[in-house]
Design a protein around this ligand. Structure first.
Ligand code: ADP
Ligand code: MG
Ligand code: MG
Length: 889
């Protein structure tokens, strides 16, 4: 096979074979842009090497052939003593990946050719600078020598000379440094630095191949779900030199501002520098716009090329370039990363410019990005005092007093204080503190650390791994890099969207995007900026294209109204359990404690009008839209007092010689209802079958509320949903009773009531027998939270806090199955149930009401298996609308 492609032979669509960098270098070459000539060794060669441990047969010959052609083009041979061709060896996989081998520059230099380079360029300092860079990079990345050894040697030399900048080292200094570096290599590897240019190149290529399996790269792939068998390409590119003097330099550029999306010239430039100097922060870079003054010709050419690249790629590009004595060279381009706001703005601008269609624009933004734009944020106009940064682990803006342990967080928040829990890292003992806090700040651990995983699960703002903030829990303080000390009780503000940590209270403002969705900000008004207009335009298109409806999970008239403003087309899950809390607890206790039918009926009769009112309000808020009401789901003991508290109360009373009959009976009931695994116990439809009259009371309340609304001229569209059904028999019994009640109510009120009765599919057995269940169900709604718990055998409340971060770190899964639907397992059940349910009852309405309904990846899956709607929290409704639209494109 063909293992080596000249830059003139590839193109941007060959990323699988040539890697991203190689494919784009080829594309630029063929666009006629000034790219230093070179060639790319394919990922296929890498795969062979990784599988067999040897270079594929024929590869060497192909490399020789391409190298010979390159030498002919350049008019010099690799490492030729009097006039050396130098090359860079650059890794480049399909996806860029931390942990992969870094680029080695200046391959081909040795004690002979360094002199040739000096003579040929007339710049001795430059030649020795290039040589020391080669030994340094080669030593670090190919030979695996600790990079600090080289850095320290440079620092020592500078200290001895009494200078601070690399530029103050002259040719003799750098030649001395080359000797020092060679000694470092000899001592670290027991071998001389390889001086044969061919050997340098071969070793570097092999090192790139091997780095595919470097631990950090392996871990990254697992977490990002990048297949492990792609392999990486290797690019061999003839060197151009930005370190030839002040008329040379190197830089990076963006065709638009990747932070805001605004058009303009963005980038950094560094004179007399090579490669990574720009990003390494060795010297201060200058803004790209100043290049206009330094080298107007190159600047003009660069702008022209940027324009050309943008038109060609039809997107924001980022660029790496080098200027060698006034001549511009392009060294890399790719479609650039950007913030959420920039993504929406740029997509919209490109439509305006006629570069992309609106459909493409919708595909270029994501629900994840939209969600980021919807979190409350710190007021950009307010003064902020940055203490430091960490990772943006869970979005949002939180303000509170710094506390350094869970107990203090709980105690202070009970007193009405807002707190930020600051820990080095968290563990399950911190759970209560995390719940009590406004936000969580840790100094260790990444986005899969315990703090990050649990905070995301709780929807709490979290900044994690802020290593530069020294969190000292023992002394209850944290120290910023500039030495400032934050003590317990001092107010801090943390931004989970950017990872920033500020001193004091930064004012929080609502997102303008939420105000837009809520109907408070008219996109055509002067107050709305181009971001709001971009979102509006993209949402309209997504709404017009999507097949699935989007409903919300809402339990109160207020939530229902808000959801409706956010674009919900009904309620997919109206839970009824909260309707049994608060003042109504007493009634529920009466129901549970009832000894006789009469007592029980009285308790139920007392609950009925309250329930009816609940439903009336919701039906009104969702007039003419479907409202799926789920009958009572949680185990009854959740409505009783806590067993420990109650036991203590009874014991204390007894010790005093008092006797509280009521408490004693309650305690008995609590004991009777206690379950080892409540999640798998007496709940859902099982309650409906065991507690006479409970479900029929709820059904009556729904039917009467509907009747009342009809009489008021409304159009209520209730649907009754039975939770936790495992077999069709359960559903049949409840269904018969419910139909009977609905009929009675219709007759009593003289109205027509059409109330579909369906079930949740949240047990594997329900999914597997969906064909039977569909005989009795008029709709299915997948309860993917419980379905995930029951399929995996995970108790969500326990596992997220105990071992999920370990699972994520070990790469068992890349994302929690509670965050994003496990398509292979849980998704398979959804698919089976959808297909078999519809085989029994064609046109069976299918929806999902778990939190996955608002997760972008899951929404695409639900679209694909043919669900009619997704339902999610009101806040996620716009995200689901956008993703449902994107799924349909
Ligand atoms: P990364 O993937 O980290 O961006 P690159 O392979 O792009 O690594 O190399 C990093 C930098 O090294 C480039 O941006 C460029 O400045 C420099 N570089 C790479 N190859 C060459 C070359 N042939 N001539 C000059 N500089 C180069
Ligand atoms: Mg690069
Ligand atoms: Mg459930």
């Amino acid at each position: 096979p063909k293992y080596v492609y000249d830059f003139t032979e590839g193109n941007k669509d060959l990323k699988d074979l040539l890697g991203g960098k190689g494919a784009n270098l080829a594309e630029m070459t063929n666009l006629g842009l000034p790219v230093p000539p070179g060639f790319t060794i394919t990922t296929e060669a890498c795969r062979h090497y990784l599988e067999h441990g040897t270079m594929p047969p024929g590869l060497d010959a192909q490399i020789e052939e391409k190298l010979a052609a390159l030498e002919a083009t350049m008019g010099k041979r690799l490492g030729q003593p009097d006039n050396p061709l130098l090359v860079s060896v650059r890794s480049g996989a399909k996806f860029s990946m931390p942990g992969m081998m870094e680029t080695v520059l200046n391959i081909g230099l040795n004690d002979e050719s360094v002199k040739g380079l000096a003579a040929q360029s007339g710049n001795e300092r430059f030649a020795w600078d290039s040589y020391r860079r080669l030994i340094q990079m080669f030593g670090k990345t190919v030979l695996g020598i600790d990079g600090d050894l080289f850095e320290d040697a440079i620092d020592d030399l500078k200290a001895r000379k009494g200078v601070t900048s690399d530029l103050d080292l002259d040719a003799a200094d750098l030649a001395g440094l080359v000797d020092t570096f060679k000694t470092i290599v000899r001592e670290a590897t027991d071998a001389e630095f390889p001086t044969d240019p061919r050997e340098q190149m071969r070793l570097a290529i092999e090192a790139v191949f091997k780095s595919w399996n470097a631990p950090r790269a392996v871990l990254y792939r697992r977490q990002e779900r990048i297949p492990s068998d792609l392999g990486t390409a290797v690019n061999i590119c003839s060197m151009v030199f930005g370190n030839l003097g002040m008329d040379s330099g190197t830089g990076v550029a963006f065709t638009r501002d990747p932070a805001t999306g605004q058009q303009g010239v963005y980038g950094d430039y560094l004179q007399n520098a090579q490669g990574e100097d720009v990003v390494a922060g060795i010297r201060n870079t200058i803004p790209l716009t100043e290049l206009e003054r330094i080298d107007p010709k190159s600047y003009a050419e660069l702008l022209e090329i940027m324009e050309k690249l943008e038109r060609h790629y039809r997107d924001l590009c980022d660029i790496e370039f080098t200027i060698e004595r006034g001549k511009l060279w392009m060294l890399q381009t790719r479609v650039g990363k950007r913030t959420a706001a920039a993504a929406f703005r740029i997509a919209n601008q490109l439509v305006d410019q006629g570069l992309i269609t609106l459909e493409e624009a919708v595909n270029r933004v994501s629900g994840e990005q939209l969600a980021q734009l919807m979190f409350p944020r710190f007021d950009e106009k307010a003064e902020r005092d940055l203490l430091g940064r960490g990772m943006n682990a869970s979005p949002g803006a939180a303000v509170g007093r710094a506390v350094f342990d869970s107990a203090t967080a709980v105690a202070w928040s009970r007193n009405g204080e807002k707190v930020i829990l600051c820990r080095r890292e968290t563990n399950p003992d911190d759970l209560e503190g995390m719940l009590a806090a406004q936000g969580i700040l840790t100094s260790r651990g990444g986005k899969t650390s315990h703090a990050a995983v649990v905070a995301r699960g709780m929807g709490k703002t979290c900044v994690c791994g802020a290593e530069e903030l020294d969190i000292d829990t023992k002394n209850r303080q944290l120290t910023a890099p500039d030495g400032r000390v934050i003590k317990e009780g001092d107010v801090i503000s943390i931004d989970g969207t950017t990872g920033e940590v500020f001193l004091g209270e930064v004012p929080v403002v609502a997102s303008p995007i939420v105000r837009y969705f809520e109907g408070e900000l008219d996109p055509s008004s002067a107050e709305a900026d181009d971001l709001v207009r971009a979102v509006d335009r993209i949402m309209r298109y997504a709404d017009a294209k999507r097949r699935m409806a989007v409903r919300a999970n809402a339990d109160t008239p207020e939530d229902a109204a808000r959801a409706r403003r956010m674009g919900a087309q009904g309620i997919g899950l109206c839970r009824t359990e909260h309707m049994f809390l608060g003042d109504r607890r007493a009634l529920v206790e009466r129901l549970i404690l009832a000894d006789t039918d009469q007592e029980r009926d009285e308790a139920l009769a007392a609950l009925l009008p309250l329930q009816r009112e609940d439903f009336t309000g919701i039906f009104e808020a969702m007039d003419d839209l479907p409202v799926t009401v789920r009958l009572l789901d949680p185990p009854l003991h959740e409505f009783l007092p806590d067993i420990t508290e109650l036991s203590v109360r009874v014991a204390v009373a007894e010790a005093r010689g008092e006797k509280n009959e009521g408490d004693l009976r309650l305690l008995q009931a609590v004991h009777r209802l206690h379950e080892q695994n409540p999640m798998l116990g007496l709940r859902g439809v099982r309650l409906g079958l065991v507690v006479p009259g409970l479900f029929t009371m709820q059904v009556r309340a729904i039917a009467e509320a509907a009747a009342a609304r009809i009489k008021q001229g409304g159009r209520p569209r209730p649907e009754i949903m039975i939770p936790l059904v495992g077999t069709v028999q359960e559903l049949e019994i409840i269904r018969e009773e419910s139909v009977q009640v609905i009929r009675e109510v219709a007759a009593e009120h003289g109205v027509e009531l059409d109330i579909p009765i369906g079930t949740m599919i949240e047990l594997p057995r329900a999914a597997l027998t969906a064909g039977q269940i569909a005989e009795s169900a008029e709709f299915f709604s997948f309860g993917t939270n419980d379905l995930t718990q029951t399929t995996w055998g995970f108790s969500r409340d326990d596992v997220e806090a105990s071992f999920f971060s370990t699972y994520l770190e070990k790469g068992v899964f890349g994302v929690s199955p509670f965050e994003s639907l496990d398509v292979d397992g849980v998704g398979r059940l959804v698919r089976i149930a959808a297909e078999e349910g519809r085989a029994t009852r064609p046109g069976l309405k299918l929806g999902v009401c778990g939190e996955h309904g608002g997760d972008p990846a899951s929404v695409h899956f639900f679209h694909e298996v043919g669900l009619d709607y997704v339902s999610c929290s009101p806040f996620r409704v716009p995200v689901a609308r956008l993703e449902a639209g994107r799924a349909a494109l």
